[in-house]
Design a protein around this ligand. Structure first.
Ligand code: ADP
Ligand code: G6P
Length: 475
C-alpha cells in the first residue's frame, strides 16, 4: 500500500480501541481484532485517521487518551460522541434489533421502530458531518458495516466528492427479506452513493445487486468482472464486489507455536487426559447457533455411547449486546441446556460440557484452539466467521477437524475440507461430531493442511490491499 499517497480515512461505529479505568487510572489500547491488526500498518504509512464512537462515558479524559494513542500507535483517532439516547436508538435499537436480525435471515427477532430509524439516520448524518469537517481532497474514505450504511449519502449532501468505499461485514439478505424493511428504498439508495461496495461472498454481492435492480428501476449492470460488477445508477457508476475477509495467518500461526501457548494448551488437555476436546468460541449471539450446537452434542452422546467419557465440549462465550432483550434470553437458554446435559451425563472424573462465560486473553484463546481436536463453528447465519479461520491457523500440527455451518460465509472457501453441517439439523450435526471424533490422522492432516494453505495465501493483508486498490480504480 505504500505506493499510494492518498490519506486513508477509516470509519466504523466503534473506534478500534479499548478505553479502561483501573483504580482511577485511565488507559487506552488498540483493539485486538483482525481488522485493527491488518489496518494499523496501512494507517501508519498513509497518515491514517480513524473516525468512530469512542464507546466510553463523558467522564473519560478523551482528548488526553487519544493523543497518547497517536504517540504510541502512529495514527490518529477522531471521536464521534453519542448521547445515551442515541446509543439506545441507533446502536442497540436500529442497528442491533432491526438490521442485525433482518440481515441474518432472522425476521422473528426484528423490531421495526420509526423512532429508532430516525435516530439511525441522524447519527449517520452526524458521522458524515464529522468526516466532512476533517477530510481533504484526495483522501480515500472507507466506511465499515451495517451501522453506517447511510454515511455515504450524507457525505454527498455535504459536497464530499472523494472516493467512497463501504464494506459490509455481515450477510446481505435476499430481496424477499430486504423488502420487509419499511425503509428499504432509502437504505439501498444510500448504499448506491458509495463508489465501491464490498461484500463477504458472491451470494451477498448477488443479493445486493438483485435488490438494487428491483427496487431502483433505473439501475443497470454495465460490466461484469470475476471479482466485481459495475452498476450504473443515474449519472453514477458503482462497483459491487466480494472480498472475503480473513485473518493475519502468520500472527496466529507463530503465536500458537510459542512455548507459552504450548504449555497452556498442555494444561487444558491434562485435565481431560485421553479425551478429545470439542471447542466452540463465540460472542453470545443468537446467530451463532449455540443452543442448537448443545442439542447436537447432547444427541451425539445419546446416539453414540462410545463417546461417553471420551469427549468434552468446551464452549467459550463472550458477553455481547447485553442491553438487547433477545441476547439476555439466550443466556438463560444456554445456562439451562448446559445444566441439563451435565446433570444427565456427568460421571466421576468427566464433565461433558465446560462452559466459560467471558472473554479469553490471547494466550488462552490460542491454547484453546491448539488443544481442541475438533472445532464446532455452527452459526445459523454469519457474514464470514473468523473463529473458523483462527482455529485452522492455530492448528500448527495439522491435526484439528473443523465442523462448519454451511450458512457461514467461510463455507464458500473452507467447505470442501471442513465437515459441513446444517446447524438446524441436530441429527446431522451429531453424526458430524462422531465422524470428526473417529477421523483417521492422515485424513485430518490432509484436510487441515489445505485449509491452512488457503488462509495463509488469502490473509487479511491481501484483503486490505485488494479493497483499497479496487477503491482507487473506482473513482
Ligand atoms: P463476530 O464478528 O460476529 O463476533 P467472528 O467469528 O467473525 O464473529 O469474530 C469473532 C472474534 O471475536 C474473533 O476474532 C474471536 O477470536 C473473538 N472472540 C470470540 N469469542 C472470544 C472469547 N471468548 N475470548 C476472546 N476472543 C473471542
Ligand atoms: C460483528 C459486526 C461488527 C461488530 C462486532 C461486535 O462482527 O460485524 O460491526 O463491531 O460484531 O459487535 P459490537 O456490537 O459489540 O460492536
Amino acid at each position: 500500500m505504500s505506493q499510494q499517497s492518498h490519506r486513508l480515512l477509516m470509519v466504523s461505529n466503534r473506534l478500534p480501541v479499548v478505553v479502561s479505568c483501573v483504580e482511577g487510572r485511565w488507559d487506552i489500547s488498540a483493539g485486538s481484532g483482525g481488522l485493527v491488526t491488518a489496518l494499523s500498518p496501512v494507517m501508519k504509512q498513509n497518515d491514517g485517521l480513524w473516525i468512530g464512537w469512542p464507546g466510553c462515558g463523558e467522564e473519560a479524559p478523551l482528548n488526553e487518551l487519544l493523543s497518547r494513542f497517536r504517540a504510541e500507535e502512529g495514527y490518529r483517532l477522531h471521536p464521534v460522541p453519542l448521547t445515551e439516547e442515541e446509543v439506545e436508538r441507533y446502536y442497540w435499537g436500529f442497528s442491533n434489533e432491526t438490521l442485525w436480525p433482518l440481515f441474518h435471515d432472522l425476521l422473528g427477532n426484528c423490531n421495526f421502530s420509526l423512532e429508532n430509524w430516525q435516530t439511525y439516520r441522524q447519527v449517520n448524518e452526524r458521522f458524515a458531518r464529522t468526516i466532512a469537517e476533517v477530510c481533504k481532497a484526495g483522501d480515500l474514505l472507507w466506511v465499515h458495516d451495517y451501522q453506517l450504511t447511510l454515511v455515504g449519502a450524507y457525505l454527498r449532501k455535504h459536497g464530499v466528492r472523494q472516493a467512497l468505499g463501504y464494506f459490509h461485514h455481515i450477510p446481505f439478505p435476499s430481496l424477499d427479506l430486504f423488502r420487509r424493511l419499511p425503509w428499504n428504498l432509502e437504505l439501498i439508495r444510500g448504499l448506491m452513493e458509495y463508489d465501491l461496495l464490498g461484500f463477504q461472498t458472491l451470494r451477498d454481492r448477488r443479493n445486493f445487486i438483485r435488490c438494487a435492480h428491483s427496487l431502483l428501476p433505473d439501475t443497470e449492470v454495465i460490466r461484469r468482472h470475476r471479482h466485481h460488477t459495475t452498476l450504473r445508477h443515474g449519472q453514477r457508476k458503482v462497483r459491487v464486489g466480494h472480498f472475503p475477509i480473513s485473518i493475519d495467518f502468520d500472527e496466529f500461526n507463530d503465536a500458537a507455536a510459542s512455548k507459552e501457548v504450548d504449555e497452556a494448551a498442555w494444561f487444558l488437555h491434562e485435565n481431560i487426559e485421553g479425551r478429545q476436546l470439542l471447542l466452540g468460541v463465540d460472542r453470545l449471539d443468537y446467530t451463532k447457533g449455540i443452543p442448537e450446537r448443545l442439542l447436537a452434542f447432547e444427541r451425539a452422546l445419546a446416539k453414540y455411547p462410545d463417546l461417553m467419557r471420551k469427549i468434552s465440549l468446551v464452549q467459550v462465550v463472550v458477553p455481547s449486546r447485553t442491553m438487547v432483550p433477545d441476547y439476555r434470553d439466550l443466556k438463560g437458554q444456554i445456562d439451562q441446556l448446559v445444566g441439563r446435559i451435565n446433570a444427565q451425563y456427568s460421571e466421576h472424573g468427566w464433565i461433558p460440557v465446560h462452559y466459560v462465560y467471558r472473554s479469553l486473553d490471547r494466550v488462552q484463546l490460542l491454547a484453546h484452539y491448539r488443544a481442541a481436536e475438533i472445532a464446532l463453528v455452527t452459526p445459523l447465519c454469519d457474514g464470514m466467521n473468523l473463529v473458523a479461520k483462527e482455529y485452522c491457523a492455530s492448528s500448527v500440527h495439522n491435526n484439528g477437524v473443523l465442523i462448519l455451518s454451511e450458512f457461514a460465509g467461510a463455507a464458500d472457501t473452507m467447505g470442501e475440507n471442513a465437515l459441513l453441517v446444517n446447524p438446524y439439523d441436530i441429527e446431522g450435526t451429531a453424526d458430524a461430531i462422531r465422524q470428526a471424533f473417529t477421523m483417521p490422522q492422515h485424513e485430518r492432516k490432509r484436510r487441515m493442511s489445505v485449509l491452512r494453505a488457503d488462509i495463509r495465501r488469502n490473509d487479511v493483508h491481501r484483503w486490505v490491499r485488494r479493497f483499497i486498490e479496487t477503491l482507487q480504480r473506482s473513482r
